[in-house]
Unconditional design. Structure first.
Length: 297
């Protein structure tokens, strides 16, 4: 089968590993020597860090957990009967966005925050869960409690690392809800030139401390996001935020919602809070007119 696109980290891999998890549109490969996860994606998925898109619509009919994987110069051998040709694979390079002080001021942060929140329903993210499942009710309560602690830590510029560390790993699934929220939060707060970019080190330090509290896939995703490496669909929303700040495209929102079962919605929830924090920090002309807000970053 043919590899279509992949990022540099995937294409330069030369070690061996195994198939770890198989889903309908994705296959996670584990590399023991580096404790790293790489992902094979179907052609309908968007590009992402540490991943490779294949000319394939379904993955779960071909791959099996436990199959051996060997990376070579021209391709990848999987099991005893599969070869992925990477010789003509196109390199995917995510755009590295940056904000000038003027751009930061021009973005209607509060409006973006409100619009993103309005796109989310209570059955789409555990943060808003209102159902009858007692277990989910408790997770939702703790998620909101620790979300508020983290939000206040950022506002007050105090104890940020501990607040992040206590948040990591909370939730269910391969990428828990709290981690997906942190991905969304970091994608905006750590744009180069954003006043909150200085907290990147605290977030990374918290991840190092609490790494064992979450899954390997989630830890890898968090680290990449904190370094501004994220899925193509997320990049399109950031591009719109910076280059067309007065316009919010519903298709961009829908594309993110389609990430995982609820991961995309959890990310949007974090992005909405990041926009609200950006507004409080002085964005969207809050220092002009008849009142003045204190900068929080």
């Amino acid at each position: 089968m043919q590899a279509l696109t992949a990022d540099e980290a995937f294409l330069t891999q030369r070690l061996s590993g195994r198939v770890e998890q198989v889903f309908s549109r994705a296959v996670n490969l584990f590399i023991p020597e580096t404790q790293q996860l790489l992902t094979l994606l179907s052609n309908g998925c968007d590009n992402a860090p540490n991943s490779c898109r294949l000319a394939l619509t379904q993955c779960d009919t071909l791959f099996r957990p436990g199959e051996q994987v060997q990376f070579c110069d021209s391709g990848i051998a999987v099991g005893e009967d599969k070869w992925i040709d990477t010789s003509s694979c196109q390199r995917w390079l995510a755009t590295k966005w940056a904000l000038t002080a003027e751009q930061f001021q021009q973005i209607p942060w509060q409006r973006w925050s409100e619009m993103l929140h309005q796109q989310l329903r209570e059955n789409e993210t555990l943060f808003l869960y209102r159902g009858d499942n007692i277990f989910y009710q408790e997770i939702a309560r703790v998620l909101q409690q620790r979300r508020q602690v983290l939000y206040q830590a950022l506002v007050q510029q105090n104890n940020v690392e501990n607040a992040v560390a206590e948040f990591i790993g909370l939730g269910i699934g391969l990428t828990p809800s709290a981690d997906d929220y942190l991905v969304g939060l970091g994608i905006i707060l750590f744009i180069r030139g954003h006043p909150a970019e200085k907290y990147r080190k605290a977030f990374l330090s918290a991840l190092q401390y609490a790494r064992n509290n979450t899954t390997l896939l989630s830890a890898v995703t968090l680290e990449a996001a904190f370094h501004q490496r994220y899925r193509e669909s997320l990049g399109r929303l950031i591009a719109s935020l910076i280059t067309e700040p007065e316009k919010l495209t519903s298709q961009h929102i829908t594309d993110i919602k389609n990430i995982g079962s609820s991961s995309g919605c959890d990310m949007l929830y974090g992005m909405a809070d990041a926009c609200a924090l950006s507004h409080q920090s002085g964005g969207n002309y809050v220092n002009q007119g008849s009142y003045k807000k204190e900068h929080i970053f």
